[in-house]
Design a protein around this ligand. Structure first.
Ligand code: HEM
Length: 400
């Protein structure tokens, strides 16, 4: 794992190979389209089942738990096929999130079997299930992206145990941030009735739906129309991640480097061998970059400036100030997949469901929980309870 990590001896080695495989296979193209279709099919079929069960009477859910309960098995199926470890053993879904929430104590690494028992044994149960999945050759129905990863691990003589651990980390990357991003975006939209109406109107127009019928018959949404014709939805997505993100990127300085601040003329000398942390959350909260309304959720902040109200955010923030997907050579390779999933999921929820107030209470957006180590996006500080009812009686379909 530690050999030739920085490619100083050429393009070989397990980490360079995996990095290249992720970047090319999750980049725009046939394999990504195939994977995205699988994911959307899994997500939206679960949404239709949920909508039917909510019915007109409605049902109160904990929004983050509900989102997790759908994204966790859907992503596992999309990546690893119908016989994936989590589908075979439902309790592993709980183990998955116990492992995630215990990451900080596991990383401290002080006798984790004793000091981090819950997450430690949850992780080991997941690894054992992944091992059984590989030994039973259940990966024959996995996505092509996963099969390419498995080929590389096998070429590098990874044992089933090590392969299981590598794949658990990939599933981790694929589930956690996409789930949390979807939670925040759905919440932000439903918490503001005016915004909800504008987003519904935008989706309706983008798909030439008949506004009077769009909640009754079946509707088909398309990811490409959502991306090209729903700028307000896309802006809300970026804005909700700006506020939820807490992504510190860590970099090793490989040669003496001087950084210069053009505005002040100050320079910073970085010595080779030192470590730099790029504090994404601090950059996202900097009024010098985003304007005086930096702490506010501004749905129109990322609209092209011609479409903004004059009050909406700063006109020309440097794109490098946005760190939700990191940056540089480790920029998140899953961003295309994640973008399609979060936009399609949110649009489908917005069209399929409505919320009703519980006890006359407005839907409130809690602060982000930034006191624990997140895997890039923070969860909320408080639970959010939402009562969903079904709109109309139609089903939602999503195509690319
Ligand atoms: C909204 C959802 C997502 C967010 C916010 C997110 C965010 C990030 C961030 C901040 C990084 C670190 C970049 C850096 O070091 O500078 C990262 C890396 C990574 N992400 Fe994502 N991610 C998301 C979804 C996904 C998905 C769906 C996948 C899997 C298909 C994925 C796979 C990865 C991988 C493999 C890396 C490591 C890249 C490397 O080290 O070269 N991510 N992600």
């Amino acid at each position: 794992m530690r050999v030739n990590v920085d490619r100083s001896e050429g393009n070989w080695g397990i980490l360079p190979n995996l990095h290249d495989s992720n970047n090319s296979n999750l980049g725009l193209g046939e394999l990504l389209d195939d994977l995205t279709s699988r994911m959307l099919q899994e997500l939206i079929s679960r949404l239709n089942i949920a909508a039917e069960s909510f019915g007109a009477q409605g049902c109160e859910v904990n929004l983050l738990e509900w989102t997790r309960d759908i994204f966790t098995p859907a992503t596992a199926c999309g990546f690893y096929g119908p016989n994936n470890p989590l589908t075979m053993e439902k309790t592993l879904e709980t183990d998955f999130w116990t492992f995630d929430h215990g990451l900080q104590s596991l990383l401290i690494g002080l006798f984790p079997k004793v000091t981090a028992q819950g997450p430690y044994y949850a992780r080991e149960r997941l690894v054992a299930a992944f091992k059984a999945y590989l030994v039973n050759k259940s990966d024959a129905q996995a996505s092509a992206v996963v099969q390419k990863r498995l080929e590389i691990l096998s070429k590098h003589a990874f044992s089933p145990d090590s392969t299981a651990r590598a794949e658990l980390s990939f599933l981790f990357a694929g589930i956690i941030n996409t789930t949390i991003a979807s939670f925040w975006l759905v919440l932000r939209i439903f918490a503001s009735p005016g915004l909800l109406a504008s987003i519904r109107a935008e989706i309706t127009a983008a798909h030439s739906l008949d506004p009077s019928k769009s909640s009754d018959g079946d509707i088909t949404l398309s990811v490409s129309s959502l991306k090209s014709h729903c700028p307000l939805l896309a802006s809300c997505f970026r804005e909700s991640m700006r506020l939820a993100s807490d992504a510190p990127s860590t970099r090793l300085v490989t040669q003496p480097t001087t950084l210069a601040d053009k505005a002040t003329g100050a320079t910073y000398d970085l010595t080779a061998g030192s470590i730099v942390q790029i504090a994404g959350a601090a950059m996202h909260a900097d009024a010098r970059l985003w304007g005086a309304d930096v702490d506010k959720f501004e749905p129109r902040r990322f609209l092209p400036s011609k479409d903004k109200s004059s009050a909406a955010g700063t006109a020309s923030t440097n794109p490098a100030a946005y760190r939700a997907y990191g940056g540089g050579s480790t920029l998140c390779p899953g961003r295309h997949l994640a973008g399609s999933e979060v936009l399609a999921w949110t649009a489908a929820v917005v069209m399929a469901l409505d919320t009703v107030r519980v006890d006359g209470e407005e839907l409130k957006v809690p602060e982000k929980e930034d006191g624990t180590l997140p895997v890039h996006l923070c969860e909320p500080k408080a639970d959010v309870k939402v009562k969903f009812v079904r709109r109309g009686s139609g089903k939602v379909r999503v195509e690319l």
